[in-house]
Ligand binder design. Sequence first.
Ligand code: C2E
Ligand code: MG
Length: 613
Amino acid sequence: MSRTAVGAVPTETDEGRRSRAGVHVGRRQGESDLPIDVRRRVDRPDRSAVVVEAVLDALPSPTLLIDADGTVLLANTAWDKAADVLGDDRVRIGVDGDYFAMARRLYGNDSSSTLIDELRALSRGERPSVQADYALELPNGTHWIHLQASRVDQAGQVVVTHTDVTSRVAAERASDWRARHDTLTELPNRAHLHELIDAELQQPDRGPVSVLFLDVDGFKDVNDSLGHDAGDDLLRQIAARLTGSTRSSDTVGRLGGDEFVVLCRDCDTTGAEALADRCRASIDRPFDLGGRMVRLGVSIGIATAAESRPTRVRSTDLVRDADLAMYAAKAAGRNRVRLFTADLRAAVQHKATVAAELRDAVEDGQLVLHYQPVLHLPSGHCTGVEALVRWQHPRRGLLAPADFLPTAAQHDLMAPIARWVLHTATRQTAAWAEAGLHLVTSVNISAGDVTTGTLVADVHEALTGAGLPPEQLVVELAERSVVEDVERAAAQFAELRRSGVEVSIDDFGGGFSSLGQLVAMPTGLLKIDRSLVAYPQGRRSQAAAAIAAVVALAGACGVRTLAAGVETAEQLSLAAELGCTFAQGFHLARPMPVGELTGWLTARAGRPVAAVR
Ligand code: C2E
Ligand code: MG
């Protein structure tokens, strides 16, 4: 403890209560920093200077008592040791030393003049306290000092404590960093990216800003097949390659999963395209995952905020536009770059409108079923129909499934549609039976219906509700749907077949046919795809070979076949010749509304259809 003659003893409140986690505990205007008992001592200057010194000395933080001009009147022991503890001679001042001069040396001219002004104001009683944090560059790194000053008496003496809060600031900074970065790749995360993009967009007189939205093609397969550690390793490698492909002024961030964003500062569309090509080339090189070489692609969307921006562009707008462009790139065949254009946004808005309308359409009875006859080739009689859904749109007229089912699938509307179709088709079939027309009706089921696991229950509920025997219902599942979830589909198919409902694989041969699937799947009917049946002029023998192969294969598995999309008499006779059991197609009849079909069926009752054509 070093001292000069002082009439009052300042002290400080407990340091632990003074400041927490970098946020200083505020004090109300005029509220003293001093405990009551100490203030009493301040008011009575005749109390022992020894007690005064002892109180100040008990403070763990380096503390000084200064007068209005910054002259040090008293320094506690912690202060006397501060220079050695910090290893900095600039703080080696004692009693009678100039605190303001020391502040200038330590904090620089600007910060120190603010501090000195504030301390003078405090000394004059114009403010209740002074608090500030300062960074000190010391030989062993940056130290953060929290300074707290309070006025002691009418003479304007001020007590100043200096607390080293370096570890607290470091912890705060680490936690702040973690909140803004992706821990796996150490890249800025979604929230921080948006902050950075917004900050860039708000810069006055800065050039165009481009955003690249990247989605890695094939990442999920690697993650699923090689495990999550390999997936993590891959993401880190991708992050490094992208960072290596960009300029130092660009920022690469990770949104999550396999989605990355690059913020390109002062970069127009042409520059962004060049950058996107570099990113694509960098991902194109094989990745080494613990000795296994993996090849990937990347789909990239680009959105640019032009240099002159008449309206304010926000980060969320720019990233959303780039995301739309990325989706368009993926839809166009993956591993491509696509620029955002206004029509992409219009298409999204249109889909959202269609989805909202479609939701109502199911409930408002705007869906209708058209039925296409199925011909039993050995007898020449129409023995069944396929129910095909349409949407009688109040403004746009009759819409085909292709116009609304993809949107329905994206907006979780397939299940209510499937239930409606099952309900309507089974009731209609029961009504025909009532009228003496015994038909087997096929309904189409989507992959989603298999995935949700409600297919069997929905089918049985519809049959029971309609009072229709299960033998009069066929459930058709497109070949592609089956491929995606073979085991799940097989279990449900088996259950349906056990209950008497026939199951058929639709569009067989039109997509990703797997012959093994035929064996694995408990199906009773294979619908041969139109692409095989409706052969072009001059390709009869090739079509015949393909159809014959499918018929033979199906026959070996005990499965019957239906030739779909029969458009000519020749195609019909070929299907019959090659042993198909059923045929369906425009040549026989187009799908038609129920009223029309009832007439069509009644007119042909008892007569072989093929003979009437
Ligand atoms: P799909 O199950 O293969 O149905 C046959 C489609 O081919 C029908 O088209 C039908 O009109 C058409 N078609 C029939 N014969 C011929 C022909 O000779 N030539 C040509 N060019 N086309 C023919 P539609 O009604 O537009 O249905 C298209 C697809 O929509 C259906 O293909 C089916 O996958 C799906 N779909 C239809 N209704 C439903 C439904 O209720 N639920 C589900 N999930 N999908 C349905
Ligand atoms: Mg079908």
